[in-house]
Design a protein around this ligand. Sequence first.
Ligand code: ADP
Ligand code: MG
Length: 331
Amino acid sequence: MKSLLRIEKIAVEYATEGGRLRALDGATLTVAAGETVGIVGESGSGKSTLALTIGRVLPAYARRVAGDILFDEQSVFAHSDSELRAFRRDELGFIFQNPVSALDPTMRVKYQLAHILDLKSSDPAIMSHLERVGLKDVERVANRFPHELSGGMAQRVVIALAIARGPRLLIADEPTSSLDSTIRDQILELLFSLPAQTGATLLLFTHDLRSVAKYCDRVAVMYGGDVIENGLAEAVFSRPLHPYADALLKAAPGAEAIGGKIEAIPGRPPILRERSERCPFAPRCTWVVDLCRKQRPASEIIAGRLVSCHRAEERATAAPAQLVKGANNAS
Ligand SMILES: Nc1ncnc2c1ncn2[C@@H]1O[C@H](COP(=O)(O)OP(=O)(O)O)[C@@H](O)[C@H]1O
Ligand SMILES: [Mg+2]
């Protein structure tokens, strides 16, 4: 499969009152056309910053300091202003956490669709765009203002707008976190029906591992602004090689259902000011050895996935019983 998106060692910093904050620290990820990829990690791991960087929609006080992002082999940072506008409008579809604030509060739904599609608001095609996202009674929905819609309906409208121009890449950042649990699955079902329906590639940024396990071809695990493990969802979920990926799975609600118990990850994720020169997970890792504090592990292909851990090779060949805590003494 051809790669649609190549994120190469991207580093992004925010200028904050407390100084520079390095939200992305060398994240690398390649996505093939038509794939569905779940990007997971604790809050603060850099998911939203990465989502925004792909479309270059970061705030003005954020800056790319290293690396590149190629869409269709073209750097998104090489676009002129007009190329960037066309890229965002025609190639990308964004779906964010809060659908009501993603919509224009002053415009009825039909005008927002008409605007994106360059159509008259009376054009019947507008109704078909609303039907496509599973909305009923579309005439009524079309005449409503965003605040007159329920959260689930508003998110369907956002999705209709995001796919209206047939984008090749859909970027969904926590698209169901603000919705009632009863409609979360419906929205995910809709989102994940789109790649088959439209040929689009879908990136789901989320802390919800269960939805990634259920719907995504591939998973990328982020930590400290980097992608520390990335492979087929089935392989990573059944045997995570990076100790952080392992810990994240054990901390996820639902872990108790598959024979374990929920174990919170002690400590806090790092707040980086500059490039991390050691493994960012070292202070919290039960597999840590001296090398981890001295040298940042390079990303290597081990057991069919990309993983950045000095002990991944060892973990790949260890017997299951050796993969539990207390593995430190192996050094
Ligand atoms: N607009 C912003 N201004 C300053 N710091 C930010 C901003 N957005 C995110 N950050 C910081 O960048 C890091 C990564 O955050 P974010 O990309 O939001 O991660 P996630 O989506 O995984 O929670 C965090 O330390 C966060 O506090
Ligand atoms: Mg986020």
